[in-house]
Write a protein that binds this ligand. Structure first.
Ligand code: M6R
Length: 592
């Protein structure tokens, strides 16, 4: 989590560029931010807590002098959200500044040792050990680059960090291990950033940094080194134009824009290489066991995928929450296929699970949205979601595209890839209808229930995970407690919580789950629940009807997920919350 940016230029407005680039990475963390500029041979630092615009209003980050600087937007891990804990952090003399994304696991030990040797710390962060360690090395006569190379092996954990020093004012030195860092070059400007999205439109060459590699930036060039300090050649890749589109357009929030983009993005999900799908579906069918691993919404997509694999491909697979994967590592072996699902391709829980599975000899296939991700590097084969940048913290279009990819994979298993592609294209039109039909009803539901404290979401079979996904969306951005569960489970405990007026969202399309789900809705209604149904079939027991178009039973998850996203969005707005930046969360979860 946290976004880092470094900029070396001949540009007198460098701090405003750094600020704008940080804005594009604010989705990575938004509790505090800061910039350090090299100005007239001195280090100038401004930082503060709050969202970037608030910090900028107070500290004028974008008006700082200087042509070389580093900026950071934070999601707190070590040390609370306070001004002293905000990056950049410095050494004792205030000559070296560092920004960091990741976690230094052995920071307590390093900190104790540094304090014993007279270093003074100003924050509670793990990061602050880095500038002090660099200070030690530079005192021994090392250059900034040599100092970074010398200390990197002593930092355990994950990091991408950038350092500047008044002793070498025209340079930025950066390195990474386990956290992302890319370098970009434009005309007389060099950047380093957590995400190439931050550099959109400003560069013509992009260099993803490998594990342990070091980059030394100056205004006109970037030079790369391996972890031993040996210079290495690096091939540039062309920045992808799709990944340059990152503004809200006419929408108030990214989340709404991304929901509305779904019909188009589903069509892109179907633009896949048939050969890759054939190869992956063969891998799935041949594997002794298939484990799908993911977190959050990606895991709910995997749960839908599990039904598809079983019902279409007749292949059973297990879905394991990525943070729990390590506890099942004993049963992973070379006959295991691990399917790792992650929009960002950066989620640490997923990465660590996959690393473990690789050690046991498992084959890894990942389904990712972001190109050049860490997860992609670890995988034997990769399928892309093709939905372009998703900036809102809540997963929306990436979730729908994950459902589409699972659908395509399951039909590839039975040699019907082309037909499945056609069906996904067709269902994209039904998604448009779902959006068109339900605006007013969702507004009515929001008006009536926005002050409720608890919502329950129920469904059966392939639709059950959509209930969980709908509940997650509501919790995440509107801060209302919600639970999603298989409808049949309600009577095994949760029914005792239903009382007069409790909203129960029932996903009951006219498919094989309809009759039994409806019975469960009637049981809830008999205990006072208000029934909000998501279905293509109306029924007198519904208090509200969110209307779905009629589609094939394996495609209901795709159309049913969309109004639930809209409902969560509408609730968040009504309750006065910014749905793009929910409290305590960040888009990429790169900590354990
Ligand atoms: O990037 P990933 O797909 O690995 O992210 C996984 C979860 O953190 C993510 O889906 C999260 O649950 C969403 N914010 C939910 O809307």
């Amino acid at each position: 989590m946290c976004g880092i940016i470094g900029y070396c230029s001949k540009d007198t407005k460098a701090s405003s560029v750094i600020f704008q680039d940080l804005k594009r990475m604010e989705y990575r963390g938004y509790d505090s931010s800061g910039i350090a500029m090299m100005s007239g041979g001195k280090l100038l630092i401004r930082k503060g807590i709050g969202k970037l615009d608030e910090v900028n209003r107070q500290y004028k980050l974008d008006k700082m002098p200087g042509q070389v600087g580093i900026g950071h937007t934070r999601w707190a891990t070590h040390g609370g959200v306070t001004q002293p804990n905000t990056h950049p952090h410095t050494d004792c003399s205030g000559q070296i500044a560092v920004i960091h994304n990741g976690i230094i696991d052995n920071y307590q030990e390093l900190r104790k040792d540094l304090i014993k040797r007279g270093h003074r710390f100003a924050s509670e962060t793990d990061t602050e050990v880095i500038p002090h360690k660099i200070e030690d090395e530079m005192k021994r006569g090392r250059t900034l680059q040599e100092a970074v190379i010398a200390i990197a092996p002593r930092l355990h954990g994950s990091y991408a960090f950038l350092a500047i020093s008044t002793r070498e004012p025209g340079k930025i030195v950066g390195t990474r291990k386990g956290s992302p860092l890319v370098v970009g070059l434009g005309d007389h400007k060099a950047f380093a950033a957590s995400d190439s999205l931050a550099l959109a439109g400003q560069i013509n060459q992009l260099f993803p940094l490998g594990e342990g590699e070091v980059a030394v930036l100056s205004a006109d060039k970037a030079v790369f080194y391996d972890s031993t300090g040996r210079e290495i050649p690096k091939k540039a890749i062309k920045p992808d134009a799709v990944w340059s589109e990152n503004d809200k357009g006419s929408y108030d929030y990214f989340m709404l824009k991304e929901i509305m983009e779904q019909p188009k993005s589903l069509v892109a999900a179907a633009l896949q290489d048939k050969e890759i799908f054939t190869a992956v579906s063969l891998d799935i069918l041949r594997a002794g066991q298939v484990i799908v691993t993911a977190c959050g919404s990606s895991r709910y997509a995997a749960l839908v995928g599990r039904y598809l694999f079983s019902s279409v491909g007749k292949k059973f697979c297990e879905v394991v929450m990525a943070s729990e994967f390590q506890y099942f590592a004993d049963s992973v072996n070379k006959n295991t296929l691990v399917l790792a699902i992650s929009q960002s391709g950066e989620t640490l829980d997923v990465i660590e699970g996959v690393e473990l599975a690789r050690q046991e000899g498992a084959r890894i296939v990942s389904i990712i949205n972001r190109p050049q991700s860490l997860l992609g590097e670890l995988s034997h084969n990769v399928i892309y979601l093709n939905c372009g940048p998703e900036i809102g913290v809540a997963a929306t279009k990436s979730f729908l595209n994950q459902l589409a990819v699972f659908y395509l994979l399951s039909f590839s298993m039975v040699h019907s890839f082309d037909m499945a592609v056609d069906n996904i294209r067709k269902v994209s039109r039904q998604v448009s209808k779902t959006i068109e039909w339900n605006g007013e009803e969702i507004a009515r539901i929001t008006e009536k229930y926005h002050q409720k404290n608890d919502f329950y979401y129920i469904a059966r079979g392939i639709n059950f995970a959509i209930a969980s996904e709908g509940a997650l969306k509501l919790k995440e951005i509107s801060y209302i407690h919600a639970e999603g569960m298989p409808a049949g489970e309600l009577k095994h405990g949760t029914l005792s919580l239903i009382e007069e007026g409790t909203p129960v969202l029932v996903i009951c399309p006219g498919d094989y789950t309809y009759k039994e789900t409806l019975s469960n809705a009637i049981e809830a209604k008999a205990r006072g629940a208000q029934i909000i149904a998501v279905s293509d079939v109306n029924n007198e027991i519904y208090d509200h009807w969110i209307r779905l178009p009629k589609v094939h039973e394996l495609l209901y998850p795709i159309v049913a997920a969309v109004p639930l996203q809209l409902l969560a969005y509408s609730m968040a707005i009504k309750r006065g919350h910014n749905p793009d930046m929910p409290r305590n969360l960040a888009k990429s979860v790169t900590v354990k």
